[in-house]
Ligand binder design. Sequence first.
Ligand SMILES: Nc1nc2c(c(=O)[nH]1)N[C@H]1C(S)=C(S)[C@@H](COP(=O)(O)OP(=O)(O)OC[C@H]3O[C@@H](n4cnc5c(=O)[nH]c(N)nc54)[C@H](O)[C@@H]3O)O[C@H]1N2
Ligand SMILES: Nc1nc2c(c(=O)[nH]1)N[C@H]1C(S)=C(S)[C@@H](COP(=O)(O)OP(=O)(O)OC[C@H]3O[C@@H](n4cnc5c(=O)[nH]c(N)nc54)[C@H](O)[C@@H]3O)O[C@H]1N2
Ligand SMILES: [Mo]
Length: 663
Amino acid sequence: MTVEDGRLAEVTGDPDHPFTRGVICGKVRAYAERVHSPLRVLTPLRRVGPKGAGEFAPVSWDEAIATIAARWRALIAAEGAEAILPFSYAGSMGQVQYYAGHPLFHALGASRLHRSICISTAYAGWTATLGAVTGNDSEQMVGADLVVLWGINAAYSSVNVMTLVKQARQRGARVVTIDPYRTPTAQQADEHLMVRPGTDAALALGVMHVLIAEGRLDHAYIERATLGFDRLAEHVKAWAPEVVAPITGLDAGAIVAFARRYGASRRTFLRIGIGLSRHDNGGMTCRTLACLPALTGAWADPHGGALLSSGGAGGFDYAVLERPDLLPARRPRIVNMIRLGRALCDRTLRPPIRALYVYSSNPAAVCPDQTRVLAGLAREDLFTVVHEQVLTDTARYADLVLPATTSMEHLDLYRSYGQFTLQLAEPVLPPQGEAKSNWEVCGLLARALGVAEAHYARTPEELIRAFLAAGDASVRAITLERLRERGWVRLDLPRPYLPFAHGAPTPSGRVEFYSERLRAQGLPALPTWTPLVEGPADAALAARYPLQCLVPPNRFFLNSSFGQSERLRARQGPPTVLLAPADAAARGIREGDAVRVESPRGAVRLTARVTDATRPGVAVIEGIWWHRFHPGGRGVNTLTSDREADLGGGPAFHSNLVEVSPA
Ligand SMILES: Nc1nc2c(c(=O)[nH]1)N[C@H]1C(S)=C(S)[C@@H](COP(=O)(O)OP(=O)(O)OC[C@H]3O[C@@H](n4cnc5c(=O)[nH]c(N)nc54)[C@H](O)[C@@H]3O)O[C@H]1N2
Ligand SMILES: Nc1nc2c(c(=O)[nH]1)N[C@H]1C(S)=C(S)[C@@H](COP(=O)(O)OP(=O)(O)OC[C@H]3O[C@@H](n4cnc5c(=O)[nH]c(N)nc54)[C@H](O)[C@@H]3O)O[C@H]1N2
Ligand SMILES: [Mo]
């Protein structure tokens, strides 16, 4: 980090960091442009034009806080605190700022938010098999015979994984990617299985069929660490490669070859993406994949195993940050964030949502079923406050916008979901303009409303100390002082880290091929594949909308963050849809044409890219653009549905049928 004359000049990596080794991605390199963006919010703002027009006049912090407190007090008296809905997601992801609002809104008795938009489906599936969201350390893939990048576009989404993939490959590992389109990650692999969207569980069942039929198993591991092998073996008899081939769109021969390679060694590492789970059947997909290393015993190998996320590694006590003890005895209702539009537009809710407080998120752009989200945000009778760094699509709909600090301007503790170190980031700049952190603003509101004041009387340092001290043995020894020395400390976990070598923290204490918990919920007890709710199996819908549309991230934005950057937008090029040559030709579409992409929810305008990087029948739209920088003023999530996936209440962003036509 270089600061010159009070301005952030350069952001570089830390070459001593054990995981990143100094490699950072292009977007974070451009952080200075974000901190000093002309779109930065620098003072509190009050709406002076129609909702969504983005016309504001500055107000003082005192006036802004007093206005919010008065509006909320009146609402609580008239309709009850559930009329208030906090809405937040990860923002810049530090623990203090992420949880800054929970104690305030709990103490008020406001509606609770199910923060489901990213990980909850994947985590629910993984947990069904393994009881915890952790896995073997990615660095263990160096030394593996086979590395599988399964539904993860690491070259965009997790660049540091690619450093390890390259090392593994140099040491002789074969690298296979499994993705419906040829991502930059797939381009760097030895083999690419271009699977049909939402069919990975079927592929995995086919692999299990071969492993079991050919006896490529670790019987000792299965005996000591798993539950339900006999039932699984019986179950997967029906999933022969010839059955799986037409479902997945792969050759039976390729499935057998992949299974044999997987079963040839325990030194096989699956790095599984969270994006993979964003389908109607995504939870079951993750559950099924988690079973594979248990058949071959790879879970117990120092150069094998699998990782979906390290998010649950280390025992942290989130009650310190979240303060569930402040909740009223009658628990307030829970609103699923992916259904924000529905919740705002639902006239039958009692009480209806009358006040929305958005921080660390840009729901107007990132939530599915955008048309409904915008209709909700446009409600004249909704009092919306948005605490933001930059004037996002959501901020434009606010009655009050509050300026937020960036991670360069506030202290925070960071966890990771791909590695096992904790990081501390200290401010390198003073707050820009009148910006305040989530922690400060929630503290001001708590004091103005007379709730949870003791919680906010602490400093972020004190909170971090309390949070670390309440952790388990892998966390407790990490102090603020140790974090300050180098900025990071690895969780005190063994190396190699093999959390499932002898079993798993499920109800049975074993890796559960058979799950009694799922059965009790009325779900299949064994791993299985079901067709997508919105997919080719719905023949009537597929006749009108014949293409499956994937909507993963692009290289230069982080969800919708960095969409404010002119430089990164220029590097990214215009918003595009990738179409296979046959699909384009059938519609009279050529490279570079303006096209209209329509789903059952709505339509957007994009530029066509005709490429064999995608399968026939699969269209791909990368990245989330700010509305004002997207042709037609509406973004990709106009297309996506707010349907909940099979487990965990997460979104099915990629289970999405569309038709494309020349604009
Ligand atoms: N550059 C960049 N990096 C990011 C982000 C960003 O927006 N931009 N976002 C960050 C966040 S919040 C997250 S959660 C992570 C997500 O990062 P990842 O876990 O990598 O997830 P995605 O990129 O959403 O999807 C990964 C891949 O899954 C593929 N996929 C979709 N459907 C299927 C399927 O049915 N089967 C298979 N096998 N593959 C499928 C997509 O084509 C895509 O290539 O990335 C983080 N990193
Ligand atoms: N089409 C499609 N949609 C998706 C996805 C996809 O792959 N495809 N991915 C989904 C996923 S995985 C995720 S995680 C969500 C992410 O959705 P969001 O969490 O909304 O992510 P961002 O778009 O990065 O918006 C975060 C906002 O928080 C602000 N911010 C950052 N730090 C702070 C802070 O400390 N305080 C405050 N008050 N504000 C802050 C930033 O300026 C930014 O505008 O999007 C989801 N939406
Ligand atoms: Mo995410």
